[in-house]
Design a protein around this ligand. Structure first.
Ligand SMILES: [Zn+2]
Length: 206
């Protein structure tokens, strides 16, 4: 059975997710030293095959290179966020935060694909950053949204490339189109569901 483990990593306690499917696993947003994630994968006898970033803000990236070194897994990033890596927003060394270790990456494509034997729909969900992606796994009834949507809140839109109207439209058109029982795994704080946010998120309740 595929399953999901959450870890709060790094200076901003960014949520990192280990998704495993039998002997294969992937990691979303390793935002700090990845040892607990590697140990959990070992416990499950699963190999980490890929590292996905929902967006390229520094606090989601701190563990990228260390996890790549530990596992050999490629790092896949949203193409439209790549320009952020030239600024403090992507590289760290910003707002008193440490620097992100350099890493090599490939860019993700949008649309339906297969990761570690699981169907994944890669959704463009801009607004918090220009290239933010969400990863919807129908077989897990789960979507990983980065900092676009939180339990009872939404991501900041005041960083470079963020835009409030875009974010609100993104959530309505992309995320709220998913089945209501879909579990939402955000970049910070607790998980929620599409139905709970449609009914109770103050940014979307009329
Ligand atoms: Zn962010």
């Amino acid at each position: 059975m595929p399953d999901i483990h959450a870890f709060a990593l790094g200076p901003l306690q960014t949520n990192c997710y280990l998704v495993s499917n039998d002997k294969d696993a992937l990691v979303i947003d390793p935002g700090g030293p990845p040892e607990p994630v590697v140990r959990q994968a070992q416990t499950r006898n699963a190999q980490i095959r890929m590292i996905l970033n929902t967006h390229l803000h520094f606090d989601h990236l701190y563990g990228n290179q260390a996890l790549h070194k530990a596992t050999g897994a490629p790092i896949l990033v949203p193409e439209k966020d790549v320009p952020l890596l030239a600024s403090g927003l992507g590289r760290g060394n910003y707002m008193g935060m440490p620097k992100v270790e350099d890493f090599a990456y490939q860019t993700l494509r949008e649309g339906r694909q297969s990761f570690i034997g699981l169907d994944c729909l890669v959704l463009p969900t801009p607004g918090h950053s220009p290239g933010s992606l969400s990863f919807y796994f129908p077989d897990l009834t789960a979507v990983f949204v980065g900092d676009v949507l939180f339990a009872g809140s939404i991501g900041r839109t005041d960083f470079f490339g963020g835009d409030l109207e875009t974010l609100l439209d993104t959530v309505r058109s992309q995320l709220f189109a998913l089945p209501p029982d879909t579990r939402v795994y955000p970049g910070h704080g607790p998980a929620t569901t599409i139905a709970e946010e449609q009914a109770g998120n103050p940014f979307f309740v009329e």
